[in-house]
Ligand binder design. Structure first.
Ligand SMILES: [Zn+2]
Length: 208
């Protein structure tokens, strides 16, 4: 495979991008000047070096000091330490934060589980989530009182929510923590990434 086709293949693996769009990206780039391409590749390298995956919530964050292991939200003592919200992706986390309606902690699953998938552990950070919850219940001074499942209301999102709900129920007692899901206001098929702030606020208030 020549380098143009390799580049096309890389773009075709981007989320939501098919082979035709991948081809358009390649020719868009190739029509740019050498200096624009250098600026682009330098920036990708720079952003990669300036960011890390948080050891606690797994979101990608810009670190203040090299070697920072946890993000500014996980280390912020003013956040509500008693609530954990589970989202599928970093982009969902951003939508919720932008709404300003939530002040607790997060956990990023890293994806969703398609309905017929037999190995959810390979798609999402289920093991790491259960460890986080178990550790919290056995050692934390502020154990979780509530865990909110904030997943898309698409078939994959709902399937993932049910897998995560079942798994959490197995490691927690019946009374604590309460497991809730986002409520009315989110229509069926809604993707959190594209939902406006007011709808997120209302879905959070109506969680059940
Ligand atoms: Zn974090």
């Amino acid at each position: 495979m020549d380098s143009i086709h390799r580049l096309e293949e890389i773009f075709s693996h981007f989320p939501g991008i098919g082979p035709r769009q991948a081809k358009r990206f390649v020719y868009y780039l190739l029509n740019k000047s050498q200096s624009s391409i250098k600026e682009f590749t330098d920036l990708v390298n720079e952003v990669k070096k300036a960011t890390s995956e948080c050891a606690s919530c797994h979101r990608i964050f810009m670190h203040k000091n090299t070697g920072d292991k946890t993000c500014s939200i996980c280390t912020d003592v003013n956040r509500d330490q008693f609530i954990l919200m589970i989202v599928a992706r970093d982009s969902d986390f951003e939508s919720i934060e932008r709404s300003g309606a939530y002040k607790g902690l997060y956990f990023i699953l890293g994806g969703t589980v398609p309905i017929l998938d037999k190995e959810p552990e390979k798609r999402i950070r289920l093991k790491s989530l259960l460890e986080r919850i178990s550790n919290n219940m056995s050692t934390a001074t502020s154990p979780f009182k509530e865990i909110i499942l904030s997943l898309n209301t698409t078939p994959d999102g709902e399937h993932t929510a049910s897998i995560v709900h079942d798994a959490i129920s197995r490691v927690t007692t019946t009374s604590s923590p309460k497991i809730s899901i986002l409520g009315r206001g989110l229509s069926t098929g809604a993707e959190l990434e594209y939902v406006d702030a007011d709808t997120i606020k209302s879905a959070l208030q109506n969680r059940h």
